[in-house]
Design a binder for this molecule. Sequence first.
Ligand code: ZN
Length: 202
Amino acid sequence: MSSEVFGEKSAQRATDGAESRPQSKKREDYLEWPEYFMAVAFLSAQRSKDPSSQVGACIVNPENKIVGIGYNGMPNGCDDDLLPWSREAPDRLDTKYPYVCHAELNAIMNKNSADVKGCTMYVALFPCNECAKLIIQAGIKEVIYLSDKYHDTPEMTASRRLFNLVGITYREFKPKHNMIVIDFNSINHPGMGSMTGSVHSP
Ligand SMILES: [Zn+2]
């Protein structure tokens, strides 16, 4: 996994005086589709109010069009100040688990297409068994995840069993860049690329 911050090359070119020459070639370091979709999932996760786990999901159709985005949160209309966010409590009803909707569920329910059959889901964490059921019933054919940190739990084991039975492929995503920084100031600095590592910002 590279530790390079996305946009480093753009920043380097700018300091080499590329700004004074006309740009005749396209950018080389643009975001490729898989990183773009995973980044959308991660950006969406920043909407989550869960203090311990922010997960995002992005559903993409075979034409590389995003058809659903979601993050983990309480059900629509349920006041997230009134429901618990704890991971542990003597009474399970005082934990978040009976209430929270996972990112995968929200991404499927938020779809802006008639269905998500044949689509790919990009998701930060390998899906739990409840989400695996939804993914299967929705007709999603591929799951691309970044982390599988709960691999040995019964939930994830059940997920893999279900995915294997139905032929849904799942694979770990290996990002080319460890970090993508969104710099709102870059639009005012042509040649710097739309995203630059903060360490290179003026
Ligand atoms: Zn889940």
